[in-house]
Design a protein around this ligand. Sequence first.
Ligand SMILES: [Zn+2]
Length: 416
Amino acid sequence: MLILLPTFAWAQFEEWFEPASLRVDYTLTGNDKTTAFALKELIKEPFWSGSKTNLIDNLEFGNYIVKVYEPGTDHLLFSKGYQNLYGEWQTTEEATKVTKTFDESVIVPFPKKQVEVVLYRKDWEGRLIEGMRLTVKPDDYFIRTADNLGLPVYDAWIGNKDITKAVDIVILPEGYTQAEMGKFVKDCDFFVQSLFSYAPYDRYRTSFNVRGVMAPSQESGCTEPGDHIYRNTVMRFSYWTFDSERYCMSTDNRDIRDLAGQVPYDQIYILINSKKYGGGGIYNFYCSSAAGNSYSSDIFIHEFGHGFAGLADEYYDDSTSYGDFYNNDIEPWEPNITTLVDFDAKWKDMMDKKTPIPTPRVKKYDHIIGVFEGGGYEAEGIYSPHTDCLMKTFNGHEFCPVCQRAIERMILYYSE
Ligand SMILES: [Zn+2]
């Protein structure tokens, strides 16, 4: 079976898909109580950089999942979990008062035959709710072919030329003018150097490709509404997202995706040309961070922990703008936090049997794997694996063993 299974999956890819991507652009509209999906456009992009063997995402991390089926059956051909900015916004105070629309995209392999693409979201109890079902015919002439924007590409690191066996990261420059493209190239190099200086990434250099798409902005820097600073930049990132000063994100999904699609990509990373501390990272959505800050290395890799491996923040005393972020009656999907509802599915196997569950935050249990109350922004009811981790502070400059294992599993998912 070990030999047959990948061969079967590869044959499944060849039967149903071609090595290109179908990008589904859609909107989510709602407030803290409602969510409606609406289709905008289907786009064909030139590369398929995901795995050709791991077509089904058994982890199902994220509160949203896209699934591709053989028409009229439950024969699953492809699936992938993700998270989005809309879902975070729904937990803010603002969402109790107004209704908003957010743009986003999902990417699936481009079908050779008619398929059904279904988008699901998870409700508060973690159940899958169907949001949108599309019948996609590959010869539909309304599927737009993505534009080649003719932008120069900087190959910052090519570890594996086979894009279906590597984690392909695209780096996009926000707030770098044409004259600052040399600085962007240096910042891409610094990103690669940072990535490979943290375990477990340092052991998997040949499983990564990193490419920068050199798209200039009209103005240098980044918008900071809280300080009345507004800049004309290529993807319209902004500090003070959800009125949180350090949270620097953009709702300009289409421009981000058009730029990313110029090269093969599994993960999008936006470097912000600013010295101001900040950034953000959302699982299988995108990550961002300021490139010119003294904490840059740690921020780069912390945010990539969210975006790539679905890691949760392990801190709980910070003043984030989120309301009730986790339902403590179910097990959260993030691999590095637990409510103890289903701890067997988490890192129990990594703990010494003599370590108590939960583990008291006392000196005796420093630097060992435990299950310590506090994590995921909450001081009670959510537990995290270690007294320190890069997902908690920038003191130790390393991931805890539980986060390292989660990252390693994700690297293998893309590179096998
Ligand atoms: Zn950790």
